[in-house]
Write a new protein. Structure first.
Ligand code: ADP
Ligand code: MG
Length: 393
């Protein structure tokens, strides 16, 4: 799960990570009031969407930039009017862009230098890693590509936690000295505490800045939380903004389904994450394009299967469906009953290829046969993928 920058700021405050004063607004008048409170000058207004690159983005109405420095509350109000209700396109949103429903008004600060600082879960070591760079404020992927030596990485032992010597090492490599090094140390240890306490999978500050008066501040924030740990943090879960998410994924999460929307036209309904990955691979292998990842899990009910089936049918890109079930804990007949119920309700007209194997497969096949649905049966994974790709041609 992701959150907005203004929400990240609340968490920063709670954990003592310094960042400029800011307030969220949903209308131009609210933005004016916020600016008057924070002002009088030295203001910045920032579009709130779950995507980076806002500063260099553009609005579909022609207005340039999702981050603007302003010198008066009236100017904030005027720009808020140009951003709110408009669609912002950045290199992270794709062509479609994102509708801006909120803006954040904050104190603007003078910047001496911009840095990059992030903490994320490193899959290779299975532990947190601090990533930092003197090349802040820009696209970090580009820095990693062109000047990889400018990216510092410091692994953290998950039980021992972040050590003082590690912070000193990073501070010195980034060129901090004296009071700035102390300020950086305090910020990084607070950030690490936040990362661990809230079960984050990533916190990214780009840019982290040093001001002429020597303060070290987080000017931007991108957070990612481990969904499986969200139940431990109801206050974080409450920050979820489903308007920013793929509607297919929002619906799937209501039914506890592991669903990820993709751009292809062959929908897949599979049990088991590994089998779901293999199914997408083999669809690709035969020249097709998967429309989604969907693992209905081992203990799905008929209702969950029906909901899953309806979600994949609601995607207008979907032109065919491949169901691939290897029943272990999963009962093949539960799948069959869910599929038949959903297909009846929605009046299925797309090609449907089904490969069923394992637990209670005979009953499952009988349910499908008795349903009168037009189903192409497949015997193996490869056979199923070949048939659905062929059906679309
Ligand atoms: P994004 O990464 O989405 O473009 P940022 O929050 O990083 O958005 O803002 C883009 C740039 O705007 C920053 O790199 C920084 O130079 C400037 N900026 C952002 N917030 C402030 C602020 N409070 N004061 C001064 N400059 C800011
Ligand atoms: Mg940024």
């Amino acid at each position: 799960m992701n959150i907005h920058e203004y929400q990240a700021k609340e968490l920063f405050e709670r954990f003592g990570v310094p960042s400029p004063n800011g307030k969220v607004a949903s209308t131009a008048d609210e933005a004016l009031a916020a600016a008057q409170e924070i002002g009088p000058d030295n203001l910045v207004i920032k579009a709130q969407v779950h995507a980076g690159g806002r500063g260099k983005g553009h609005f579909k109405n022609g207005f340039q930039g999702g981050v603007h420095l302003c010198s008066s509350p009236e100017q904030v109000q005027e720009i808020a009017g140009k951003m709110l209700g408009e669609v912002l396109v950045t290199h992270q949103t794709g062509e479609a862009g994102r509708l801006v429903r909120k803006v954040m008004v904050a104190e603007s600060v003078d910047i001496d230098k911009e840095y990059y600082l992030a903490i994320l879960m490193d899959r290779e070591s299975g532990a947190p890693v601090i990533v930092a760079s003197t090349e802040g404020g820009m696209d970090i992927e580009e820095v990693a590509e062109s000047t990889p030596e400018k990216i510092l990485r410091e692994g953290v032992h998950p039980l021992a936690g972040l050590q003082a010597y590690q912070i000193r090492k990073l501070a010195s490599k980034l060129g901090f000295a004296g009071d700035q090094a102390k300020a950086f140390a305090k910020l990084l240890s607070s950030l690490y505490k936040l990362f661990i306490s809230l079960d984050c999978s990533m916190v990214e500050i780009n840019p982290l800045v040093v001001t002429p008066d020597g303060r070290v501040l987080a000017l931007d924030a991108k957070f990612n939380f481990d969904d499986n740990a969200l139940y431990r943090h109801p206050e974080v879960k409450a920050m979820r903004d489903t308007e920013e998410e793929d509607p297919r994924e929002v619906e799937a999460s209501e039914y506890d389904l592991n669903y990820i929307g993709l751009d292809g036209n062959i929908a897949c309904l599979v049990n088991g994450a590994g089998l779901a990955m293999a199914t997408m691979d083999i669809i690709k292998h035969f020249g097709g394009d998967p429309a989604n990842f969907l693992d209905v899990g081992g203990g799905a009910s008929k209702e969950q299967v029906a909901a899953a089936f309806k979600i994949i049918l609601s995607d207008p890109n979907v032109k065919g469906i491949l169901i691939n079930i290897f029943g272990g804990i999963m009962d093949c007949n539960v799948i069959a009953e869910g599929v038949v119920a959903a297909a009846r309700e929605t009046g299925l007209e797309l090609p449907l290829v089904v490969r069923l194997e394992g637990n209670n497969v005979e009953a499952g096949k009988a349910t499908l046969a008795a349903s009168g649905l037009d189903i192409v049966a497949a015997s193996t994974l490869a056979d199923g993928a070949e048939k659905i790709v062929a059906a679309l041609k």
